[in-house]
Design a protein around this ligand. Structure first.
Ligand SMILES: N[C@@H](CCC(=O)N[C@@H](CS)C(=O)NCC(=O)O)C(=O)O
Length: 241
């Protein structure tokens, strides 16, 4: 059986990380039996990140590689999509994972009102006296990374403005169907839906969280994704052939 190595549930989501949520949703869509193993420290993982899966004694890191593994096992996440739709799907996934994701990082790690809640949720296994010291270093490194990436130099208002066209692109597709590519969730929904759900689940009242939480179309889409692909428990459901 596949074991998903993931961060623990947080803020009503099946995992703290949107990439772990995506992996959970892909596993649920695949119909394959799987179990989860929650860990707090990813440093022993091949890419020092989560998610990863353990399968047949091998560890496969990265949600994209997890998707590829499931596809080599015969799962078709994009069943019925044309080549044109598949190329658009690819672009949407990259938009979600290489742009929208960084807005989540800054919202959670950069906002002084949100950070204490994040710290005490993500790092609750670190004893109180050490927690501040360890997490201050981690936060500083994270925000330095975001500064180099560039988005960290934007104000929250500028970030929201930068994100808006992504949200418009998603909403435009949702005018045409319940999921990004029609009547059934596909791989793109696992990525895009997981990012939006994570934005909405962020504690506190940041500009980004409020923007998503007050958007009826996006909220209904997030709820559809959660209902179709696993919900807060990550309980497996069968949707793919
Ligand atoms: N490209 C990776 C990204 C995974 C990723 O960024 N995971 C983050 C959590 S959202 C992580 O494990 N961070 C821990 C760290 O960098 O120390 C995927 O698709 O799985």
């Amino acid at each position: 059986m596949i074991t998903l190595i993931t961060f623990a549930p947080a803020f009503g989501q099946p995992a703290a990380s949107p990439f772990c949520v995506k992996a959970i949703w892909l596993l649920n869509l695949s119909g394959q039996p799987w179990q989860r193993e929650d860990i707090a420290d990813p440093r022993k993982m091949p890419k020092q990140k989560l998610p990863a899966i353990r399968v047949g004694g091998q560890i496969i890191p990265d949600s994209e590689n997890i998707r590829q593994h499931l596809e080599t096992e015969g799962v078709d996440f994009d069943q019925g999509l044309s080549d044109l739709e598949k190329s658009t799907s690819h672009a949407f996934i990259r938009m979600a994972e290489e742009h929208m994701y960084f807005h989540i990082v800054l919202d959670r790690w950069g906002d002084d009102t949100v950070w204490p809640i994040i710290r005490d949720t993500y790092f609750d296994t670190i004893p109180g006296v050490l927690r501040g010291f360890v997490t201050n270093r981690l936060r500083k490194a994270c925000l330095q990374g975001m500064d180099r990436q560039g988005l960290g130099r934007f104000t929250p208002e500028e970030r929201l403005e930068r994100l808006e066209p992504d949200l418009v692109a998603i909403t435009t597709r949702l005018w045409h169907g319940p999921y990004l590519f029609g009547e059934r969730p596909t791989a793109a929904d696992a990525s895009v839906g997981a990012m939006l759900a994570t934005m909405r689940a962020t504690p506190g009242k940041t500009l980004l969280k409020t923007r998503i939480a007050e958007d009826e179309i996006l909220c209904r889409y997030i709820d559809r994704c959660i209902n179709a692909m696993g919900g807060a428990t990550g309980a497996p459901v069968r949707l793919c052939a």
